[in-house]
Design a protein around this ligand. Structure first.
Ligand code: C2O
Ligand code: CU
Length: 508
């Protein structure tokens, strides 16, 4: 069992005592004075770095996720059964809400693997309609991508499909439907896939935070997916109840001075989650495709729909203090900017003496810049226009279906300009490949280069801006979708696909 597995925060595990060494970071020195984290360093009651405490009781429970059962004895193969079906879950106290689930829980079960493992998912569809399971972000073979251009729908009423692929990159990924995805996802179908690299140091007590918003009616049931009609599609439907791992405003016990590491996923269909970090010393250490090069100090973190953020937070304050971590407004357009903050979840500091830990190491990994000299350039224009008496959202003027098809050659690099011709922002997502953001040019022509390098698969393209991204393609030829991850927008047309082909393969 790798070291960090001992600090794993899913139901059941935290109860077993971790060996003392398991709570120490290999990156922290054995001797010498501990490095205070910041000026928020604790007072004279501080205990040294080596205190083998682990997370406090209740931390894992407050953020517990259902966990997929690996039924394969081979340690390098994670093989799970996933049943898509309706279920009643308790989102509001004492109220049963009918939702669509993977395995009966919302979110669906956490699938855990180590980098390089083979993941096998046997999906059975017991929903009242057809579905397809897409694994978001993993660089997998095209036939395993799970989209309407790679496979036939899995029939309702017991149809099945087996997804089988290797996970080559550490990070948080997720699975969700790719057929009527705005409706199916808003009914509750999504779940996290965490890929760990056992060579990473201890950054803090781990937890996966799946954020979502659901639109609940007075009777506690979900509003129908077409609530608000065509205008709802255009705005992008947001919910009225915020969820962290399927719970409303959980309270999470933490130790003063002891860092936590949160892998955050925004599973919402349209809402941007800008998470306030309560004035606590915090760093962004990773994004969609794993670690950044260096920790970036942050006071809040923006997670656009479908994106992921990996953050380290050091809880500090008075013993017993409650620290509120709010959802903060973010102006993605469509009148989303002028809303008050909302409580999302709370931290409760325990009474113990504060711990002192070193900050994350300054160098996390090297991310080579994508070499773009001579790269093929393509432009994708995100737009909208009337089609048959309604507004369709388009890419290069083509609505989905059938959607725009573009071409690229395997093992080449391309730079794409995502030109947003609409007033609202769109979280642009490409299947199967990571990209680096090069720069963004706003409506006034002001070009801002990306502040730091990271691997993304989903990124917010502000209204009326042009974002350039660099994509290194490999040899995984096939059909890869790209779309806005405000799923209502994808559903009314803002979706197309890339045909990545071998140099000798004829294309139209
Ligand atoms: Cu989250 Cu087409 O994907
Ligand atoms: Cu959009």
């Amino acid at each position: 069992m790798p070291l960090h597995r001992a600090t794993l925060l899913v139901a059941g595990l935290a109860a077993c005592a971790a060996p003392p060494s398991a709570t120490r970071s290999p990156a922290e020195p054995d001797q010498g004075p501990p490095q205070p984290v910041t000026d928020a360093s604790p007072g004279p009651d501080a205990v040294p770095d080596a205190a083998p405490l682990g997370p406090p009781p209740g931390y894992a429970e407050a953020l517990a996720l259902a966990r997929a059962v690996d039924r394969n004895p081979d340690p390098r193969i994670v093989e799970v059964d996933l049943e898509a079906r309706e279920a009643d879950v308790e989102l509001l106290p004492g109220v049963k809400t009918r939702v669509w689930t993977y395995g009966g829980t919302l979110p669906g079960p956490l699938i855990e693997a180590n980098v390089g493992d083979r993941v096998i998912i046997h999906l059975t569809n017991r929903l009242p309609e057809d579905t397809i399971l897409h694994t978001h972000g993993v660089r997998l073979p095209n036939a395993m991508d799970g989209s309407e251009v790679t496979q036939a729908p899995i029939p309702a009423g017991g149809g099945g499909f087996t997804y089988d692929y290797v996970v080559p990159d550490a990070g948080l990924y997720w699975y969700h439907p790719h057929l009527h995805s705005n409706a199916q996802l808003s009914r509750g179908l999504y779940g996290p896939l965490l890929v760990r690299d056992p060579a990473q140091p201890f950054f803090g007590d781990e937890a996966v935070l799946v954020l979502d918003d659901v639109l609940l009616l007075d009777d506690g049931q979900l509003a129908p997916p077409d609530n608000g009609g065509h205008l709802g599609d255009i705005f992008g439907r947001e919910g009225n109840v915020l969820l962290v791992n399927g719970r409303v405003r959980p309270e999470v016990p933490v130790r003063r001075g002891r860092p936590v590491r949160w892998y955050i996923l925004n599973a919402g269909g349209a809402r941007y989650f800008r998470l306030g970090l309560g004035g606590l010393t915090s760093w962004l250490i990773g994004s969609d495709g794993g670690l950044l090069e260096h920790p970036v100090p942050v006071t809040d973190v923006l997670v656009e729909p479908a994106a992921r953020a990996d953050v380290v937070v050091v809880p500090n304050g008075a013993p017993g203090e409650r620290i509120e971590l709010p959802w903060l407004p973010f102006d993605r357009g469509n009148l989303t900017g002028n809303r008050p903050p909302e409580p999302l979840f709370d931290l409760r500091l325990t009474d113990e003496p504060a711990e002192v830990h070193a900050p994350p190491p300054p160098d996390l990994r090297v991310i080579d810049p994508v070499y773009t000299v001579g790269a093929v350039e393509q432009t994708l224009v995100l737009g909208e226009r009337p089609v048959g008496g309604r507004i369709a959202m388009t890419i290069n003027d083509v609505p989905y279906p059938p959607g725009l098809e573009i071409y690229a050659v395997t093992n080449t690099v391309e730079t794409w300009t995502i030109a947003n011709d609409t007033d609202a922002g769109h979280p642009f997502h490409l299947h199967g490949f990571f990209f680096q953001v090069l720069d963004v040019t706003d409506a006034d022509g002001m070009r801002v280069p990306s502040a730091f390098r990271s691997w993304r698969d989903t990124v917010h393209v502000p209204g009326r801006s042009r974002m350039r991204i660099a994509i290194p393609f490999d040899d995984r030829d096939g059909h890869w979708m790209f779309h806005c991850h405000i799923l209502d927008h994808a559903e009314i047309g803002m979706m197309g696909h890339l045909h990545l082909h071998r140099p000798d393969e004829p294309v139209p």
